[in-house]
Design a protein. Structure first.
Length: 85
């Protein structure tokens, strides 16, 4: 297991060092879940399959999508429907 030093800033903010960011697929605005396991803090990417139902029955690749991408797609779809009505 590789250790990376992180300093806690005011307001308990932290910065993920570049050496770690380059190894994980995150970008500004992404959301992470943290899980406590004893004295360990483990991050989990918040992702969903492209279409969970179709992925379950094998109709799509099941490629992971970030929740923020899904939320943005829903907002765009609603905007489009409002324009047409």
């Amino acid at each position: 297991m590789e250790k990376i030093k992180v300093k806690i800033l005011s307001g308990f903010r932290l910065t993920i060092p570049e050496e770690a960011r380059s190894k994980i697929p995150i970008k500004i605005g992404d959301e992470l879940d943290f899980v406590m396991e004893g004295n360990k803090l483990i991050y989990i990417m918040r992702t969903l399959p492209e279409d969970p139902v179709f992925a379950m029955i094998g109709l799509t690749s099941g490629e992971a999508r970030k929740l923020s991408e899904i939320e943005e797609a829903v907002v765009e779809e609603v905007k489009e429907k409002l324009k047409r009505s």
